[in-house]
Design a protein. Sequence first.
Length: 290
Amino acid sequence: MKGNGTGRITRTDIEAKLRAIRDDIEPVGEQAKGGLMAAATVKLRPLENVERPAIATVLPTPQKCFLLLDAGANAECKPVHLAQFAIMGSVYSREILGSANPRVGILSNGKEETKGNDLMREALGLCRQLELNFLGYVEGHDLFGDHVDVVVTDGLIGNIVLKTCEGMGRAIGVMLKTELTQTQIAIQEAAGVVPKLFRPPLGLSNPRIFRVARALGLTVVGWTARGFDTKLTDPNLIVARIIRKLQPSAIILLHDGNIPADRLVTTVKILLDTLRGLDYEVARLDKVLT
């Protein structure tokens, strides 16, 4: 946070900084978080009975997202601070993130009540007395599996969790780019063509995979209608499932490697006849997108 040229940060500087962030004129920089928290405490004042403010961070998961607090404002906390973080986090999750009954947990190294340190154990007891959907302890592997909506911890551990996630995300991006680049080279050397389409593994949607694929010039595609041909054995049932999901511009998924070849041939023949009877025009995906 810059001062007024004299080296001193005045009340006016604090108010201007807070207004700029409130109005989305200026982002919260990594270096400014500590000063901003202090400024907000002085200017805005904590709510009644709230002893410490906390930095709350929303982290995405494959299913939804969860709230992590404190993510760096308070390296040293008392048990009552964690209990207050649990209340604030539950309200935020319900009112802002839309969780009907937020699940709240204290981050620890195990779910048993004997786990954790003195801070966690005392906070555990306090949180059990609150009117919260309190789970008790949660562990690191619970965070991204849709097991908890509000993760409570002190600012030291919370900041480590946050920055570990950020670093892992960047590393995964680099690894994905390396793997896709090597795959492109291998296909080109073996087949003499450079692939232009990319279907994510298992058809899953992942923004990071999409960004890496597009950076390599690939068009990301995914199916929109499938017949569960790896589970169903009757070609007519397979086609019927596809037709139920069918709409113009649909991309149909069939497998050719782990089902009997005669079943695949029969299924494709019935499917093509059915599509023509419904006045659909069938085209190869690469012909449509190029």
